[in-house]
Design a protein around this ligand. Structure first.
Ligand code: ZN
Length: 418
């Protein structure tokens, strides 16, 4: 079994029994009987016949559908990895959720492919739901960080927000921050692999970030977001980190923001991870840093804007030959009960939430007052032009002028890609 990544927030399969760990599989299904029967359909509440909440119309016990179409990419662990045909190594029958449609319905199997957007979206929805329950605040919502400042400093890395650097050791978090003694888990991948074990959630040191001596590095700009939002194609073969003119790959950050391939370059999402450095720089440990949440909710907001802008048909998502975990009907690992990529390929609206942001606000510059100014400026120019046109029309009518030439306006924008 290969260690699952992103262990912090999701918990790990194997750590279901460990103290302080959270499991994806319900504890009630972690019995010999359940595992032998390969069925996980517990009753909801005290009533034994309320299997999967069926009496309330919330779900029913059903055969797990697992994607069997071929996948692609550098995957050599066929029949060895428990995530294959998730979750059928463990369960053949599970609860299948029906409505009512709450967002909470329902490797690297979550990067370098189309599922990058849906996996992180579902992960955040799951986390948001957990935080709502933890705080007893049903209207709690995960905030986002507009990282597209083009600046060489992280503006949410302050003691009021996610923690400034510690003056005597800038790789650590300031003692004035609530995150100064934030411990990380599931960081020592090499150890687990050597010991053939899974992360069990024990503390492995302090959260680290490091921007020292990297003043030339800059966060993405609004122009980058605009470029990436102009890509009409959701993804392109081979649906991997070398796909070009793929919105997904540009947003994930393996291409330049405009979709052209440059293996040296990191952009958007990847660039932000690398910019933060330290715990955030590696996929398996990044979720330890609370910045992860706000970085990814903004990434999801960009994805949502793209969905609204292009209203893609469902077959914009490859049915087959994406890397493992990334085909349209693949059950996202390690979520349970099973939920496919397709079920999250919707606008946020359709899933029951929204972002209070308009993207992209403008090219370069700071939002808010500059935007307001430019809108006012454009209105003034428009009013002026209309007045001029009216005046010219009036003169033409009076003096019987005819235009010197017919003008034809093209509505093709110069930024449009062929
Ligand atoms: Zn990320």
């Amino acid at each position: 079994m290969v260690p699952l990544r992103w262990g912090l927030l999701l918990g790990c399969l194997g750590s279901a029994l460990g103290p302080g760990a959270q499991a994806q599989f319900p504890r009630v299904c972690m019995t010999v009987g359940s595992l032998q029967a390969k069925e996980c359909c517990p009753p909801l509440g005290a009533e034994p016949s309320n299997v999967c909440g069926s009496l309330e119309g919330r779900g029913r016990c059903a055969e797990v559908q697992a994607d069997t179409r071929p996948w692609s990419g550098p995957y050599v662990l066929r029949n060895q990895d428990d995530r294959e045909r998730w979750p059928r190594k463990f369960f053949d029958r599970t609860c299948r959720c029906t409505g009512p449609g709450r967002p909470y319905k329902a490797i690297d199997f979550s990067h370098q492919g189309p599922a990058f957007v849906t996996w992180h979206r579902y992960h955040l929805l799951w986390l948001e739901r957990a935080l709502q329950r933890l705080t007893g605040n049903e209207s709690f919502a995960v905030p986002y960080w507009n990282f597209a400042t083009g600046k060489n400093a992280c503006d949410v890395c302050t003691d009021q927000l996610l923690g400034a650097a510690r003056p005597d050791d800038p790789t650590l978090i300031s003692r004035n921050s609530r995150f100064s003694s934030w411990e990380i888990v599931c960081d020592s991948l090499d150890d687990y692999n050597r010991r053939v074990t899974l992360c069990n959630g024990t503390y492995e040191g302090l959260l680290r970030r490091n921007q020292v001596g990297r003043n030339s590095e800059k966060l993405p700009s609004l122009k980058d977001i605009e470029d990436c939002l102009s890509l009409k194609q959701f993804d392109n073969p081979p649906f991997f980190q070398n796909s070009t003119f793929s919105f997904r790959n540009a947003l994930e950050g393996f291409d330049k923001a405009d979709g052209t391939l440059d293996s040296q370059v990191m952009s958007l999402h990847n660039l932000v991870h690398s910019f933060l450095n330290g715990t955030s720089a590696l996929p398996h440990s990044a979720a330890n840093d609370p910045v992860f949440v706000v970085l990814h909710s903004f990434t999801d907001a960009i994805f949502d804007e793209w969905m609204k802008r292009f209203s893609p048909p469902v077959d914009a998502w490859p049915q087959e030959l994406a890397p493992i975990g990334h085909n349209r009907m693949y059950n996202m690992v390690p979520f349970f009960p099973p939920v496919t990529n397709e079920e999250l390929f919707l606008t946020a609206d359709q899933l029951g939430y929204s972002y209070a942001i308009d993207l992209p606000v403008s090219v370069e510059g700071t939002p808010d007052w500059t935007t307001t100014l430019s809108v006012v400026g454009m209105l003034v120019v428009l009013v002026g032009l209309s007045a001029l046109l009216l005046f010219l029309q009036y003169r033409r009518l009076r003096k019987g002028y005819t235009p010197l030439m017919e003008t034809q306006l093209s509505n093709k924008r110069y930024t449009e890609e062929a």
